[in-house]
Write a protein that binds this ligand. Structure first.
Ligand code: MSP
Length: 507
């Protein structure tokens, strides 16, 4: 039986149309999901939207729409964006889905019945016009950070989750599972800044707004949006439903991929809820950095970004995917700019990969009548290249197992550079002039074709369209992960050479 792999993105707030930062997380998750599928895993890749909450209720009011109508439009738009970016998700969850709502209500009820949720009093600073609660530290000059008006101290009846009860168990778990929170810097931050100072019980219901899942046994309360949202990772699998096949197969998740600012929800609140429900914890939470623009946040109010589909239209889908996967060391912040996108595309996809394929195939067209066959008559320079090609699959797999996506791509790009250098060193256009060296010429081109083929098989996870184009030009059906060994193709009969990736002129 195939081994399973369950990977998730966060579920995004559909408060406005998505930007390149949301694409960043989703493209990385997609590349990991595709890679695992190619490795033979039975993959469940999930994304979705976090439809509830006061912020969305307010946004909908501004546009005079019902909250559900407001989010429906954005969700449609998001699904189209994922299609444009070739995101291969298996399931798209929305927290407004009936089965999710039912399951969250049941989870809340279970926790209430067993005493992990109790009724108490929520004291806070309230801004009446904004209908928002704030903490002392969120205030700006003692006033509401949104509208700058006076806030007043109020208290309301609310439900609380006994987070404090899980402090010890959680600390022990994190300490004894070094891979649970990655990168390590985020793990230390969680322990030192949040857990060690002490976990307070968490207010998990609100009665000041209505756009949420009602507490089933006390309907004037809606369930706190993070309890609603985090549960998505199990409700989608049918947790609490009659059919638990997916849940039994895929839970616990292998990887929750999340942005750095929401690591604490995923590594403190979520595990504590799972512990209370007596369920296994996800194997890993990876907190990645942000894409920033000009050193700052990507923000609608600053108007510093366009619809990501515009980038795809101008530069092609694989340029956008490749940039997201390669440019930023995973875990760090990285700058996004169109200039950086253009230069990354030209250097890697056009010069390194594209030129290699075009010149190798055109030499095969010209000197060998499209044909290159496997012979075993190599000199040292050839064996050096062959041994590099042979190492590639393993080094890429190792990096991908650690989710170091950008480093996995570096391995591939480095091999392609070596192939380019091999052409320069062996000068096939000179070898072609000597009819007695026809076998050697064949071997040179065969070796590079194998390097290209093996790279293209691996690249299917990252830039699927371009890889397919290359494998089609090589006219080979040896394109699965079972075909990654050097020398699997007996004979190439390549198609006419063509441009692989169009150079982008600077704007
Ligand atoms: N709805 C919650 C998540 C609930 S998960 C159970 C949420 N939504 S969000 O839309 O605000 O953010 C979703 C994800 O997008 C986060 O992981 C966040 O880090 C990521 N990004 C938003 N802007 C980003 C960048 N500029 N760069 C990279 N990722 C960014 O939080």
């Amino acid at each position: 039986m195939k081994e399973k792999f369950y990977i998730t993105t966060p579920i995004y707030y559909p408060s406005a149309n998505f930007h390149i930062g949301h694409c960043y997380t989703t493209i990385i998750a997609d590349a990991i999901a595709r890679f695992k599928r190619l490795e033979g895993y039975d993959v469940f890749f999930q994304t979705g939207t976090d439809d509830h909450g006061q912020k969305i209720e307010n946004k909908a009011k501004e546009t005079e729409k019902a909250p559900k109508d407001y989010v429906d439009e954005i969700v449609e738009n998001a699904k189209d964006l994922w299609k444009t970016l070739k995101i291969s998700y298996d399931y798209f969850i929305r927290t407004t889905d009936d089965n999710h709502i039912k399951a969250v209500q049941q989870i809340f009820e279970t926790l209430y019945k067993q005493g992990d949720i109790y009724k108490g009093e929520y004291k806070g600073l309230y801004c009446t016009p904004c209908e928002s609660f704030w903490t002392e530290s969120q205030l700006v000059d003692g006033k509401c950070p949104d509208c700058e008006r006076e806030v007043k101290e109020v208290s309301e009846e609310a439900y609380f989750f006994k987070l404090s009860k899980y402090q010890k168990q959680l600390t022990e778990y994190i300490e004894s599972h070094p891979d649970f929170i990655q990168p390590v810097s985020r793990k230390n931050e969680m322990i030192n800044n949040f857990i060690k100072p002490g976990l307070a019980d968490l207010c998990v219901s609100r009665s000041s707004f209505t756009w949420g899942i009602p507490v089933s046994f006390d309907e004037k309360h809606v369930i706190y949006v993070w309890i609603d949202a985090l549960s998505n990772y199990i409700t989608s699998l049918g947790y609490t439903s009659d059919d638990s096949t997916l849940f039994d197969k895929f839970w616990p998740a292998d990887l929750h991929l999340v942005g750095k600012e929401i690591v604490r929800f995923h590594t403190i609140i979520w595990p504590a809820i799972l512990m209370a429900l007596d369920l296994p914890l996800p194997k890993q939470i990876f907190g990645h950095g942000w894409l920033i623009i000009d050193g700052g946040k990507i923000s609608k109010s600053l108007g510093n970004y366009q619809d990501p589909r515009e980038y795809v239209r101008t530069y092609g889908v694989d340029a956008v995917r490749y940039f997201a996967l390669k440019e930023v060391p995973f875990g760090n912040d990285g700058n996004f700019s169109e200039e950086a996108l253009i230069s990354r595309t030209n250097s890697d996809l056009v010069n390194n990969l594209g030129n290699l394929v075009t010149r190798t195939v055109s030499m095969t067209n010209k000197y060998l009548d499209d044909k290159a066959i496997r012979l075993d008559n190599d000199g040292e320079v050839d064996n050096n290249l062959i041994s590099e090609i042979k190492k590639l699959q393993n080094s890429v797999k190792v990096k991908m197992n650690e989710y170091k996506v950008n480093e996995a791509l570096t391995e591939i790009m480095d091999l392609l550079k070596k192939c380019n250098k091999y052409i320069d060193d062996t000068t096939p256009w000179i070898v072609a002039k000597d009819p007695e060296k026809k076998d050697y010429l064949n071997t040179i081109l065969y070796n590079i074709l194998e390097g290209i083929r093996i790279s293209a098989i691996l690249l299917q996870a990252f830039i699927p369209d371009t890889s397919e184009k290359i494998l089609n030009i090589l006219a080979t059906d040896k394109r699965s992960f079972d075909d990654l060994e050097f020398g699997q193709v007996e004979e190439y009969l390549v198609k006419e050479a063509q441009i692989i990736y169009e150079r982008i002129e600077n704007k």
